[in-house]
Write a protein that binds this ligand. Structure first.
Ligand code: GAR
Length: 186
């Protein structure tokens, strides 16, 4: 199998990046991670990237000149797919158009419910019975592109923001790789 090259975009912990890295080492997983982009130089994911020898770039903002530098590196690394994994910036329409290939994102809710930020708090306030994660294509609308897959679990009366985050992220760590397999099997 000829693997495609992936670039992961992060802003924080990078637990999804680490999980994807682990899957990428499997023979039949469709992508290799060739590049990391971080909006935060102090993100824990950067320490992991250094440890495993993945080059990284810092995304300062969505000014055309900054995005142009990132797009150039992405081109050099022959990237076929960008995976946003906890990337807390909004890519410009220009970036999405110029890249012109697959960009996917993982979101900690069952989209189209609870787009945007403070997801867990809003889920609890709304007394939802279940929640989970969604992997979707990135479009110009925030958290609004075509859905690739959703996974859910039931919320317990004892759940709080912290437990919802732990349960959601556990689900994310397997769902993101499944979504990537699905994207390349079509
Ligand atoms: C993940 O739970 C992801 O769904 C969320 O950020 C977390 C990043 O965790 N993304 C968003 O909220 C995007 N709107 P990680 O850095 O440990 O992978």
């Amino acid at each position: 199998m000829v693997k495609k090259n992936a670039c992961i975009f992060i802003s924080g912990e990078g637990s999804n990046f680490k999980a994807l890295y682990k899957y990428s080492k499997e023979k039949n997983f469709p992508v290799n991670i060739k590049l990391l982009v971080t909006s935060n130089i102090r993100a824990k994911g950067v320490i992991f990237a250094k440890k495993v020898g993945i080059p990284y770039l810092v995304y300062k903002n969505n000014k055309l000149s900054d995005e142009f530098k990132i797009l150039n590196k992405i081109k050099q690394h022959k990237i076929s797919i960008i995976c946003l994994a906890g990337f807390m910036r909004i890519l410009s329409s220009n970036f999405i158009n110029v890249f012109g290939k697959k960009i996917i994102n993982i979101h900690p809710s069952l989209l189209p419910k609870f787009k945007g930020l403070n997801t867990y708090q809003r889920i609890l306030q709304n007394k939802e019975k279940k929640t989970g994660c969604t992997v979707h294509f990135v479009s110009k609308k925030l958290d609004g592109g075509k859905i690739i897959l959703k996974k859910f679990f039931y919320i317990k009366g004892s759940d709080n923001k912290k437990t919802l985050k732990i349960k959601t992220q556990k689900l994310e760590h397997t769902s993101y790789s499944q979504a990537i397999i699905q994207v390349f099997n079509k």
